[in-house]
Design a protein around this ligand. Structure first.
Ligand SMILES: [Fe+2]
Length: 405
């Protein structure tokens, strides 16, 4: 079967009603952070809690946010101890140090929470919003739509381009007792405002740019081929793939390249919109046990697994993988749909290599004997497994881990 043009392959047309949700206000562009005071005031904020991490603080970004808020007449408190890959216990520590330190019923006088940083800071900000109106620990609400009360309003300012956490209503935490990662998904975790300022990513080191960039690509491709994909999410997902394929190498190799940083930030932002509505799949399900047991950072875990996952998933939707190839910039004219889909997988593998990510799980210290132990954890993420275009067996999951080793 040869295809004169992948663009002429038939699209799936939805035969059901589907929703499309995003935070009510989104600001994108160089200098967007300057408007945080206006946005916070618009929400009626008088006393804001800034939630961030030591690296963002050292980079001077959280102090800039504080200045901007204070210039708008908003007083602030800051929690800057967010650790990478936050845990359930870490959320409780943050709560005790901030909202919980106030008399019962008064969350420290705060009336808004500002997450400034990568996914870890924004997820912790979401958890603190949750905890401002619900008893802890946050693990009580692992699952979908299990949060009973809406907490303090959230504003997010991402400082990396990848997690999409500024858009999503999800927050992921390590559960030390169960040695796994799990997530709270609730519309009550949507931010009121997402402020994406690509200039804030100019100083992000190459390795973090690469890992978070491939996390964003994973979001885009997984949501594009997802069971829950819709025509709305397909628009964002495909454009995200195109932007990331065109800009991630530049953002990694020339950190100060504002055009590349902007393209990558927009790609990541679009991918966040896509996963908010279409979800992720097998790659994320398989990445979580690696984070839980070996503390492999989320983006890195996805990057190591993505090519083999796509190779496995490819046959479930050849037409969509062929379009992925096209969006990645591959020459697909005249190829069969199968060959074009395979080009898509290869293009992803090449991008992961070009941005300097490790070639396999072996290189990040995972023991080969451990792979079999990850299978159950991966398959237990039913929300993601059910959303994967191909229904994986335990044997198939183990095979994908081995191919990623
Ligand atoms: Fe992710």
């Amino acid at each position: 079967m040869t295809s004169p043009s992948i663009a002429r392959l038939p699209e799936r047309v939805p035969d059901t009603v589907y929703p499309f949700r995003v935070p009510p206000a989104q600001l994108f562009g160089a200098g967007a952070v300057e408007q945080i005071g206006v946005e916070a005031k618009r929400l009626g904020t008088r006393h804001a809690l800034i939630v961030t991490d030591p690296g963002v603080t050292r980079a001077g970004i959280s102090s800039r946010v504080r200045e901007l808020l204070e210039a708008a007449g908003i007083s602030t408190g800051t929690y800057e101890e967010v650790q990478p890959e936050p845990t359930v216990a870490g959320v409780e520590r943050a709560y005790d140090a901030t909202l919980g330190a106030a008399p019962a019923g008064s969350p420290g006088g705060y009336d808004a929470i500002i997450g400034v940083g990568g996914g870890s800071a924004m997820d912790t900000a979401k958890a603190l919003s949750l905890r401002s109106a619900n008893p802890g620990p946050v693990s009580r609400y692992f699952g979908v739509e299990l949060v009973p009360n809406t907490g303090l309003p959230l504003i997010h300012v991402p400082t990396t381009a990848g997690t999409g956490a500024e858009i999503t209503p999800n927050a992921i935490f390590g559960d030390e007792e169960r040695r796994l990662k799990a997530g709270v998904v609730s519309h009550r975790l949507f931010a009121q405002v997402a402020i994406v300022d690509p200039d804030l990513t100019l100083g992000v080191p190459a390795t973090v740019t690469a890992a978070s960039g491939i996390d964003a690509l994973t979001h885009a491709i997984e949501s594009y081929v997802a069971v829950k994909a819709t025509p709305h999410t397909d628009l964002y997902a495909l454009e995200s793939i195109r932007l990331i394929a065109a800009n991630l190498r530049g953002a990694v190799t020339r950190g100060g390249d504002r055009a590349a940083r902007t393209g990558q930030a927009l790609g990541s932002f679009y991918a966040g919109i896509a996963i908010t509505n279409a979800g992720t799949g097998l790659c994320h399900a398989m990445a979580y046990p690696l984070g839980g047991a070996y503390h492999v950072p989320h983006g890195m875990a996805n990057a190591l697994l993505l090519p083999a996952v796509l190779e496995y998933n490819m046959v479930a939707d050849l037409a969509k993988m062929a379009r992925v190839a096209e969006a990645m910039g591959e020459q697909v004219v005249g190829l069969s749909v199968y060959d074009a889909a395979q080009r898509g997988v290869e293009a992803v593998r090449r991008l992961c290599r070009d941005v300097g990510l490790p070639a396999g799980l072996r290189e990040v210290g995972v023991s080969e004997d451990a792979l079999a132990h990850f299978v159950e954890g991966a398959l237990s993420a039913a929300r993601l497994i059910d959303n994967n275009p191909r229904r994986p067996t335990p044997e198939a999951v183990l095979d994908v881990y081995r191919r990623s080793y």
